[in-house]
Design a protein around this ligand. Structure first.
Ligand SMILES: [Fe+2]
Length: 223
């Protein structure tokens, strides 16, 4: 493995280019979301149910995996702060209430629809690669924040008025996403990725999972 020492300027250029790429991938994904008014009630229910099937049981698990993967001490407080909020405010319970109120609590078909893509992300994060895990979670947080208005619109169309989950996550994830980019920068400085590895490997796997949440098993974007 070769490690290159980055000057502060080249480090900040690299940080900016990674952040720009992640932002652009999130923009593309958000732009691809189908118009809620064009969806059937069952299609709207399916998106909420698959989202819930993935997020309720995996978000804290994956943030914990990222925590276990990082070596930079300065990276840890960002992850701990995120986990602390998740646990203290019982975000999985909040999401479950959201799904139930929208009559979209996931059933076995919803869980099976995401199973293959979900498993790939789980196995990937189990490799405990600090830099790749952080960039994956930064993409995840950034997307979630941008997705909340859309998710709320789906739930409203399903007759729900319980928007605590989408209200909370549209706000707090902005700071969390920035924190994850700062953690990524710290991790890259002391535990850089092997140049042979793809920085975005986990991001691509997670994007495929998010596309399956939105579209079922069709219409995936190319890399
Ligand atoms: Fe949360």
């Amino acid at each position: 493995m070769t490690t290159s020492v980055l000057t502060p300027q080249s480090q900040s250029d690299l940080d900016a280019s990674i952040q720009a790429k992640i932002t652009s991938m999130i923009d593309d994904l958000v732009d691809s979301l189908p118009d809620p008014k064009q969806l059937t009630s069952e299609e709207r229910r399916g998106i909420i149910a698959r989202y819930s099937a993935v997020l309720e049981g995996n978000f804290i698990y994956w943030m914990t995996a990222a925590y276990l993967a990082v070596q930079a001490e300065e990276a840890r407080p960002h992850l701990i702060e995120n986990l602390y909020e998740e646990v203290r405010d019982a975000h999985p319970a909040m999401l479950r209430r959201f799904a139930i109120a929208a009559h979209a609590f996931p059933g076995d078909a919803d869980a099976f629809a995401v199973n293959e893509d979900l498993t790939k992300v789980r196995v990937f994060l189990g490799r405990l690669s600090g830099v790749q895990s952080l960039v994956t979670m930064a993409f995840f947080e950034g997307f979630i924040q941008r997705f909340m208005g859309y998710l709320a619109e789906l739930a409203t169309a399903q007759g729900s008025t319980d928007m605590e989950y989408t209200d909370v996550h549209g706000i707090c994830d902005i700071a969390h996403t920035q924190g994850l980019f700062e953690a990524l920068s710290a991790e890259m400085a002391i535990n850089p990725l092997d140049p042979a590895d793809d920085l975005y490997e986990g991001v691509y796997l997670l994007r495929a999972l998010l596309q399956t949440i939105v579209f079922g098993n069709a219409n995936k974007l190319e890399n």
